[in-house]
Structure formats: structure tokens, C-alpha cells
Ligand binder design. Structure first.
Ligand code: HEM
Ligand SMILES: *[C@@H]1O[C@H](CO)[C@@H](O)[C@H](O)[C@H]1NC(C)=O
Ligand SMILES: *[C@@H]1O[C@H](CO)[C@@H](O)[C@H](O)[C@H]1NC(C)=O
Ligand SMILES: *[C@@H]1O[C@H](CO)[C@@H](O)[C@H](O)[C@H]1NC(C)=O
Ligand SMILES: *[C@@H]1O[C@H](CO)[C@@H](O)[C@H](O)[C@H]1NC(C)=O
Ligand SMILES: CC(=O)N[C@H]1CO[C@H](CO)[C@@H](O)[C@@H]1O
Length: 323
């Protein structure tokens, strides 16, 4: 008898651990209008600022790849801590103010109930929907983490100079396979990049002032003439899927097959027969094939390393850990 209490507690604790997972409509009883408030906010504001859709999608990716989808990307640095936001890959993230305003709207509806991690996951999905992209399911119940470490962001988020094997490893470390890598990279069908993210390919590929031979010569010449005029340009923004950078389509994959992927990490996807065949298939199939695959991979990405149950917290202000 004397050990029964602890045994039951341990058992329940174990179950809690195994079964603590996300579920669709997690806020249905605790904050029934939460998802509606988010969708309405996104539907009201994204049409005026459609490029924010890309920013939110990328922010969700960066959140999930560092300490799981726990809203850690949203935390501000303090005098004592260099947060993820301070890391190189995050210096080009945009849309934090959008999330902060959205969080205020949700807090007004139900104070202290909905996590910043869920708000980001839902907002990214809804924003992509508003610009005509795919819909994916977002099970909820993520809790917010309290650690945000800039050196972790640097090591977990793949660099645009990555080759295929390091991309595969970075994704496999998060439970994502090669198909997920090809599909999720398709997010680059929307959005923009700074010249500095790829200008080594134009001006100094191997350190001898040369150009990346795997980049289409006409495209490279055009980028040098009209966009990134010198190797030090830090301000110019370049469409990653020229001509349709606001439209979620297979244009990005089409460009890859013409050797017009902007980053080495994009070009890397065509350096192996299997990945290239997957890309050819996406280009040759109805758009629905890409949309359906992207949706499945996004749902996987959105569940990386989540904290649920009593782990973590519901941050009051997405930029600051609760005190
Ligand atoms: C496969 C590895 C990836 C690498 C190396 C990579 C790298 C980058 C880089 C360097 C930029 C441009 C930043 C700038 O110069 O401003 C960018 C933009 C972007 N990335 Fe990725 N990315 C990867 C995967 C992903 C994934 C998985 C997603 C989402 C599912 C994503 C979504 C985006 C979006 C939407 C933008 C445009 C952002 C904007 O317009 O503000 N990326 N990425
Ligand atoms: C977080 O940092 C941003 C950008 O510096 C700033 O605008 C915002 O007010 C900060 N939020 C808080 C709660 O300190
Ligand atoms: C951040 O992460 C790095 C690498 O894991 C670690 O060495 C460092 O101590 C961490 N910094 C803080 C403030 O926790
Ligand atoms: C890919 O990049 C990694 C890290 O930079 C490097 O160690 C590896 O040798 C590269 N692999 C190939 C096949 O080039
Ligand atoms: C090219 O890269 C090399 C090696 O990193 C560097 O020494 C050189 O200064 C660079 N040249 C230019 C024009 O940036
Ligand atoms: C969005 C954001 O926090 N950007 C920061 C990235 O890091 C640089 C340098 O640490 C800061 O100046 C930016 O404010």
C-alpha cells in the first residue's frame, strides 16, 4: 500500500508525457474564438501587407528549428542574453510587430490562454491562405519556452551556403526527411532575400573573385546589373521566385530546373537524382500535388519539439519571458 500513491503518480506522469501532444481545436473550450480572432486579424491586415505572409512563414520555420515550435524566436534580447533574434539568420526576419499586435488581440479575447507559439503557427498558416497558398492543419496546444539563445539559432538554422548533405542532416535532426526538405524549400516560392544572402555566388564564390558556375549565367548577369550591383550591397531585396514572388506556385521549382535557384541551398536540391526527380514531378503535376505535399510537411514541421501539458508557459508578451 505504501508505494501505491507514488506508483500511480509515476504512471500518470508517464502517460502524460507520452500522450502530451498537440490536438486540433485545443482552445475550443478554453477560448472558443481564439482561432477565429487570429484568422480575422490576418484577413484584415495581410491584404494591405501581403509580403508579411512570407515573413511569418519563415519565422515559424525558424521558431520550430530552434528548441522546437515554442515561440523562442519571438523573445527579445536582454542585457544578460543574446536571443535568437540577434543571430545572423534572424537579422532579416520581419513581422515581429505583427505578431505582437495579434497577441494583443488574442489576449483581449482570452487573457493568458493562447501561447505565442500557437499564434505564430496559426498566423503563418492563415497568412499563406490569404495570399492563395495551401491550407494545412494546425493542431494546437503548444506552450511557450523561456530560453532563446542566439548561438543555437546559428547552429540549428541551415545557412544558404549549405550543400545537400548538410541540408538533409539539418532536417533529419528535426525528424524531417528528404521529401520534406524538397517540399518545405518550396516556401521560397514567396518572399525576398537580401543580396548578402547569396552575393558570394555572384562575386566571390571560391575566394578568387569568381562566379558560381552552377548558377545560370544570364540570371547571374541580370542580378549583377540590376539588383546586387556590388559584393557589399546589404540593402537590396531580390524576389526569390522572380515574377511570381507573391504567388504560391511551382515557379520556384521551375527556376531550380533552369539553374536559377537564388541560394546554393536551393541549387543543391538539383544536385542529386532523387531530389531532382521529386522536383520534376512537382513541376509536371497539377499545383494541388505541391500544395498537398507542402501541407503535410508543414504539419510535421509545426510539431517539432513542442512543449505541451504543464511544460513551458503561456507568455503574456511574446517578446518577453513571464517574470
Ligand atoms: C532548406 C533550408 C533553408 C535555407 C538555407 C533558407 C534560407 C533562407 C534565406 C537565406 C532567406 C533570405 C533571407 C534574407 O536574405 O532576407 C530565406 C527566405 C525565406 N525563407 Fe528560407 N531557407 C530554408 C528553408 C525554408 C523553409 C523550410 C521555409 C518555410 C517553410 C522557408 C521560408 C522562407 C521564406 C518565406 C522566405 C522569405 C522571407 C521574406 O520574404 O521575408 N525557408 N530563406
Ligand atoms: C522587443 O524588441 C522590439 C524591437 O527592438 C521592440 O520594438 C519591442 O518594443 C520590444 N518588446 C518589448 C516588450 O520589449
Ligand atoms: C547558448 O547555447 C550555447 C551552445 O549550445 C551554449 O554554449 C551557451 O552556454 C548558451 N548560452 C546561454 C546563455 O545559455
Ligand atoms: C557539405 O558541407 C559540409 C559542411 O560545410 C562539409 O563538411 C561537407 O564536406 C560537404 N559535402 C560535400 C559533398 O561537399
Ligand atoms: C574574396 O574572398 C577572399 C577569401 O575569402 C577574400 O580574401 C577577398 O578579399 C574577397 N574578395 C572580395 C572582392 O571580396
Ligand atoms: C529583429 C531583430 O531583433 N533584429 C536584430 C538582429 O540582430 C541585430 C544585431 O544584434 C540587431 O541590431 C537587430 O535589431
Amino acid at each position: 500500500m505504501s508505494f501505491r500513491g507514488p506508483t500511480i503518480l509515476l504512471f500518470v506522469g508517464f502517460l502524460g508525457c507520452v500522450h502530451a501532444q498537440l490536438k486540433l481545436g485545443f482552445y475550443d473550450s478554453s477560448c472558443p474564438r481564439a482561432e477565429k480572432v487570429i484568422l480575422e486579424f490576418v484577413e484584415e491586415h495581410i491584404p494591405n501587407a501581403p509580403t508579411v505572409a512570407a515573413s511569418l512563414l519563415r519565422m515559424h520555420f525558424h521558431d520550430c528549428f530552434v528548441r522546437g515550435c515554442d515561440g523562442s524566436v519571438l523573445i527579445n534580447s536582454t542585457s544578460a542574453n543574446q536571443a535568437e533574434k540577434a543571430a545572423t539568420p534572424n537579422q532579416t526576419l520581419r513581422g515581429f510587430d505583427f505578431i505582437d499586435r495579434l497577441k494583443s488581440a488574442v489576449e483581449e479575447e482570452c487573457p493568458g490562454i493562447v501561447s505565442c507559439a500557437d499564434i505564430l503557427a496559426l498566423a503563418a498558416r492563415d497568412a499563406v491562405g490569404v495570399i492563395g497558398g495551401p491550407f494545412w492543419r494546425v493542431p494546437t496546444g503548444r506552450r511557450d519556452g523561456s530560453i532563446s539563445n542566439s548561438s543555437e539559432a546559428l547552429s540549428e538554422i541551415p545557412a544558404p551556403t549549405s550543400n545537400l548533405s548538410s541540408l538533409k542532416t539539418a532536417f533529419a535532426n528535426k525528424g524531417l526527411n528528404d521529401a520534406d526538405l524538397v517540399l518545405l524549400s518550396g516556401a521560397h516560392t514567396i518572399g525576398v532575400a537580401h543580396c548578402e544572402s547569396f552575393s558570394d555566388r555572384l562575386y566571390n564564390f571560391t575566394g578568387t573573385g569568381d562566379q558560381d558556375p552552377s548558377l545560370d549565367g544570364f540570371y547571374a548577369a541580370n542580378l549583377k546589373k540590376n539588383k546586387c550591383r556590388d559584393a557589399t550591397d546589404e540593402t537590396t531585396l531580390v524576389e526569390m521566385d522572380p515574377g511570381s514572388f507573391r504567388t504560391f506556385d511551382v515557379g520556384y521549382y521551375r527556376n531550380l530546373l533552369k539553374r536559377r535557384g537564388l541560394f546554393e541551398s536551393d541549387a543543391a536540391l538539383t544536385t542529386e537524382a532523387a531530389a531532382k526527380a521529386a522536383i520534376v514531378n512537382l513541376v509536371d503535376s497539377p499545383p494541388q500535388t505541391f500544395f498537398a505535399g507542402f501541407a503535410m510537411s508543414m504539419e510535421k514541421m509545426g510539431s517539432i519539439g513542442v512543449q505541451t501539458g504543464s511544460s513551458g508557459e503561456i507568455r503574456r508578451n511574446c517578446a518577453v519571458v513571464n517574470s
